[in-house]
Design a protein around this ligand. Structure first.
Ligand SMILES: C[S@@+](CC[C@H](N)C(=O)[O-])C[C@H]1O[C@@H](n2cnc3c(N)ncnc32)[C@H](O)[C@@H]1O
Length: 322
């Protein structure tokens, strides 16, 4: 934690210098900015505790000196879902999109963090990242000057529907319900489902949505969760669903949440959703097939392995990685 805190403090210092001097980052500064791991990785710095380490107390004092009150409050609120995707998984998701036929175009990353997916985007891709936290958005913009980074709440994002060829990323999870009269009327859906539904609406017919989301997007049993899945089913086809091991984000983000990679292909204009299962027909639960190594029979250890195995296996159906 202390090493991450020190790396983040170094990155914040650079962001502040860039803001004051109104200039782009040098390559040496970009190396330091690339070590930024987000507020989620240093959440403890915002919780003052008796008997805490000196490094933590000093780190907090430095942060308070560097950030404005507004930035500090935003950072503190942001700790809950600022956990970044490991590069192996992000690369595997880009590879997966390529395998499905994506050949480039305009791509959105909602909740882009420091821009892991933007940094790995294939040639011929014009990236637009949306990021709520002001410091994080500045880090992403300084690292990826070729991308358009918008520092705003995705709930407030106004972009034409159907204006992207694909959406990729790892959405924020949680029980917060944001106001967005067009894409979340009545604040019906939690943030992860809201992000998914809005993303799907912003993609053109025939385009792709590849997002890591909370397992509750698919597992939620309440009426609103079912309604969200029905809405998604009218927009596109669930082409891939891979449940990642709970350890998938431990190393990169220090969290054990269970997440799914979902890939949805937007229907072409005029394309009809496939008919629902006939009455009496019971599909096996989508998580029924375990993902195991063909050679050893053991469970995989990395999310990228799960994803690559699923692609190699001919994309036969939903899969669980335990
Ligand atoms: C799970 S992290 C993923 C970051 C990045 N996409 C990645 O994969 O490394 C979610 C990101 O969404 C951002 N975020 C949270 N709420 C948001 C909102 N309402 N609008 C835009 N971004 C948001 C967080 O600050 C965080 O950077």
């Amino acid at each position: 934690m202390v090493a991450r805190l020190e790396a983040n403090l170094a990155a914040v210092s650079i962001v502040k210098a860039l803001q004051t001097e109104d200039r782009a980052a040098t390559p040496a500064e970009q190396e330091i900015l690339a070590r930024w791991s987000g507020w989620g990785a240093v959440a403890a710095v915002f919780e003052e505790k008796l008997g805490e380490s000196r490094a933590l107390t000093q780190g907090r004092q430095q942060l308070e000196a560097l950030l404005t009150d507004r930035e500090y409050a935003a950072a503190r609120l942001n700790t809950i879902n600022a956990h970044y995707t490991g590069t192996a998984l992000a690369q595997a998701m880009w590879d997966g999109l390529g395998a499905f036929g994506f050949t480039g175009g305009r791509v959105l990353e909602p909740g882009c963090g420091a821009g892991t997916f933007i940094g790995l985007a294939p040639l011929g891709t014009a990236m637009v990242g949306i990021e709520l936290d002001p410091v994080t958005a500045h880090v992403a913009a300084a690292l990826y000057a070729h991308a358009q980074i918008r520092n705003e709440n995705f709930a407030d994002t106004q972009l034409p529907e159907g204006s992207f060829d694909a959406v990729i990323g790892n959405v924020p999870f949680g029980s917060i319900h944001m106001k967005d009269s067009r894409h979340n009327p009545g604040r019906r859906h939690p943030i992860h489902t809201h992000f998914l539904l809005k993303s799907a609406a912003l993609v053109r017919p025939g385009g792709w949505i590849a997002l890591i989301t909370s397992r509750y997007t698919l597992d939620g049993v309440g009426a609103d969760a079912v309604a969200a899945r029905r809405q998604l089913a009218t927009l596109g086809e669930l082409t891939a669903a891979v449940r990642l091991p709970s350890s998938a984000h431990r190393r990169a983000a220090g969290t054990d949440v269970v997440t799914d990679v979902l890939v949805i292909r937007r229907f072409e204009n005029g394309e009809q959703p496939r008919p629902a299962s006939p009455p009496g027909y019971r599909r096996s639960p989508w998580t029924s097939t375990a993902c195991r190594s063909p050679s050893t029979g053991t469970s995989p250890t990395t999310p990228a392995w799960c994803w690559a195995t699923w692609l190699r296996a001919g994309r036969g159906g939903p899969m669980t990685c335990r």
